[in-house]
Write a protein that binds this ligand. Structure first.
Ligand code: SF4
Length: 420
């Protein structure tokens, strides 16, 4: 385990017995709400369109999972370090994602937050709710702010109706303009917009339009996601098998997508947004604390169908199927489907793979010492090619090379195969 500032890695409890201590600091909590109003054509997530009658039993199951997570995890073979167990765990970020969690009545969201407050020590600094524009209403926004949500991750995706329609999105451009003032009026001071580069029908001009309108609305944070095409979505299947229903033939080329990304980098920087991760830009101080935990390999507990967790020593994930999840928790039985110990090799790969997503890069010297490997040769080669920058202890990808990050990561990981 990586020794961290202020922690020895071990701690003696009152009885003198030495307990293992993860030394991971404050943890995050992720709550998954896997329901949507429709299925977007490009979506490859495990989300479903269900009747609203399923929402309350689901929220009840999440509450119960939170309340009984210690015995349920124990039964699944998860061994929580002492500082992640019960009231010892201090949670500073909560992220309620999906799916479209803003579909839920505020009462259900509040019950889940309340269950959390009762079961863990909350020192909440960032509490995010993912919301789709068409689901935002003034009363709901006020209720969410009152119960503690202080950040909205807003599924804008595009400001061009033809693109939104082709992608099967429920909202239109005017919904974004209707919803943002409601969120501001409710007191939300931290709004993040998602935009997708590579939607069907997207052109250079329409991408500029979406970017420009997003920036003009002055969110504190912007995420740009590149369209992923695989067989897990209806659009992806159409690309692979042919057809015209989901506008697969009107997808921008890979070269165009790469240009969209570069345009976004330039325009967001000019507008005062700092890029801190491959897909994320923020005004100073508005970087997502919760998402940083994933890239920095800090601890988080996930609740709900398909939710993932990480204790520093183990990773585990709940079953995806929402009905099976609710049935398991009702027994009560653990909903954990996979659990594994993170080996030294896995931890090293994660450090590189997750760390290099961040613009600040990785502490290569510390990683070399901790894992007993040497990246010197590979780093020198990559640096000579302009693919990485080394600054003392830190190794990072140059901002202009983020789109080829996978090549660099694969090259570095070759050193791992040799060295570990
Ligand atoms: S709203 Fe998000 S999670 Fe739901 S179907 Fe669309 S892309 Fe998938």
């Amino acid at each position: 385990m990586l020794p961290r500032k202020g922690g020895t890695g071990r701690s003696a409890c009152a009885t003198g017995r030495v307990l293992e201590f993860s030394g991971m600091g404050k943890a995050g909590v992720y709550i998954q709400v896997p329901f949507c109003q429709t299925k977007c054509t490009y979506c490859n997530f495990h989300t479903g369109v269900v009747s609203a009658g399923r929402f309350a039993p689901y929220a009840e199951a999440v509450c119960r999972e939170i309340q009984e997570h210690q015995p349920l995890l124990g039964a699944a073979g998860v061994s929580l370090p002492v500082d992640l167990a019960g009231k010892s765990i201090v949670v500073d970020t909560v992220y309620v994602g999906g799916g479209t969690p803003s579909l839920l009545e505020p009462r259900l969201l509040e019950e889940m937050l309340q269950a959390l407050r009762e079961m863990v020590s909350c020192e909440l600094e960032e509490v995010t709710l993912e919301a789709d524009p068409e689901t935002v209403e003034a009363e709901k926004a006020a209720a969410c702010a009152a119960m503690g949500f202080n950040r909205i991750s807003f599924g804008t995706q595009s400001f061009v109706d033809d693109e939104l329609k082709a992608a099967g999105r429920m909202h239109r451009r005017e919904d974004i303009y209707r919803a943002v003032p409601m969120l501001r009026a409710a007191g939300i001071r931290n709004i993040s917009f998602d935009l997708i580069a590579g939607l069907p029908k997207q052109t250079h001009a329409s991408w500029q339009q979406s970017l420009g309108e997003a920036i003009a609305l002055a969110p504190e944070h912007i995420s740009i996601y590149m369209m992923e095409i695989d067989e897990g979505s209806r659009l992806g299947l159409e690309v692979l098998q042919g057809g015209a229903r989901y506008s697969a033939r009107e997808l921008p080329s890979e070269e165009a997508m790469a240009e969209f990304y570069e345009v976004a980098q330039a325009e967001l920087q000019a507008a005062g947004y700092g890029q801190y991760e491959i897909s994320n830009w923020a005004r100073p101080g508005f970087e997502s604390r919760h998402n940083l935990k994933y890239w920095r390999r800090e601890a988080y507990l996930g609740f709900g169908a398909g939710a993932h967790s990480f204790s520093g020593k183990q990773r585990w994930a709940n079953r995806h199927d929402a009905a099976a999840y609710v049935a398991a928790i009702a027994e009560p039985k653990s909903a954990v489907e996979t659990v594994y110990a993170v080996t030294r090799e896995m931890a090293l790969e994660e450090e590189i793979f997750l760390g290099l997503r961040q613009l600040e890069g990785i502490e290569i010297g510390r990683i070399e010492r901790q894992y007993g490997v040497s990246f010197t040769e590979r780093v020198e080669k990559l640096a000579a090619e302009g693919m990485v920058e080394r600054d003392g202890e830190r190794l990072r990808l140059p901002a202009g090379k983020l789109s080829v990050s996978n090549e660099v990561i694969v090259e570095l990981l070759r050193a791992v195969e040799v060295g570990v």
